[in-house]
Design a binder for this molecule. Structure first.
Ligand code: URA
Length: 312
């Protein structure tokens, strides 16, 4: 697949720090990408690890290893309103709510806001549920809220979020719900996959964890396990045609693997029947400039997969 980029998209790629050598080279075949990916490092948890772009980061024990929780009684959404900061340390944990797999958006969002199923509830300002078009074809899955996200209640609002938005814009996607209305999406279809004329298709963005780990530490397996049903339900409700998994915690927990990102990129995986493209976390890319080109290859692969699905 050859991408025709207009000036605006070229500017966005420049903003991402990507030089335009890519479309001329054979784009992102699984073989070529996997070969270079093996030398590349896995994504690092944002702000928390020194970056060594050429070295593989250690893999983590996954949620798969975590014991499954007993089926506890349901938690009414009203039970768990966000506490005042001074009362946080006294906050008691509760069971993981039942019935998540059958919830609608309203119930799910309220249940997440009230969740006390792991210790992260004690330190959060608020839960970070997700943002964007709830019927989008594209879904981005990140790791966990950071400080800014915890404060604002939206995923990817810091510097990493800016880079993510630039990456998405470069392939004609926007988290702005109004850009993703039916008529705009139809016009974007006419304009082509690259969203020429500034029209963008919607994307839904969520994280594996809905609460901020203190000090931006790595998510723990038990936290991922407790939160996992929420993300699973979000995916079921959105019914995306493709998932971009960003960063090793997102990737490894979706794919239930301990393989590093460098070895998972360049192929199409699946989660709940949805194609998954693995790529680096934007926060990692902010510090590992050479890997931005690889992230662009990943986006090209995702476009290719989408092109195969709906002709775009
Ligand atoms: N990193 C993530 O993975 N998610 C966010 O929401 C913010 C930073």
């Amino acid at each position: 697949m050859t991408l025709q980029l207009d000036e605006r998209q070229r500017a966005m790629l420049a903003e991402m720090g990507i030089k335009l050598w890519l479309p001329k080279a054979a784009p992102a075949t699984p073989e070529t990408v996997a070969a270079s990916a093996d030398q590349a490092g896995a994504g690092a948890r944002f702000d928390s690890e020194p970056v060594q772009p050429a070295a593989a980061a250690p893999s983590i024990a996954r949620a798969a290893a975590a014991p499954s929780s007993p089926r506890p009684r349901p938690v009414a959404p009203s039970e768990g309103a966000t506490p005042a900061p001074e009362s946080r340390s006294a906050m008691a944990l509760g069971p993981r709510p039942e019935g998540v797999a059958d919830m609608d958006w309203l119930q799910l969002e309220a249940t997440v806001a009230a969740c006390r199923a792991c210790g992260l509830c004690a330190g959060r300002t608020q839960t970070v549920f997700g943002v964007g078009a709830r019927s989008a074809d594209w879904m981005v899955i990140g790791e966990a809220p950071g400080e800014n996200e915890d404060r604002q209640g939206q995923p990817f609002v810091g510097q990493a979020g800016k880079l993510l938005d630039a990456m998405l814009a470069a392939i004609g996607l926007s988290r702005q719900v109004e850009s993703a209305s039916e008529s705009i999406a139809a016009r974007a279809d006419q304009a082509g996959a690259e969203g020429q004329k500034g029209l963008k298709r919607g994307v839904y963005i969520a994280n594996v964890l809905k609460c901020r780990p203190p000090g931006n530490r790595n998510p723990q397996p038990d936290e991922i396990a407790q939160c996992e049903p929420y993300l699973r339900r979000q995916v079921a409700l959105v019914q995306p045609k493709i998932i971009l998994a960003m960063g090793r915690f997102a990737v490894q927990s979706l794919l239930q693997t301990t393989e590093p990102i460098g070895r998972l990129r360049g192929r199409v995986h699946t989660y709940e029947g949805v194609p998954v493209i693995v790529t680096y976390h934007p926060a990692y890319l902010l510090r590992a400039l050479p890997d931005k080109a690889k992230a662009w290859q990943d986006l090209c692969l995702a476009l290719e997969v989408m092109g195969g699905q709906d002709g775009r």
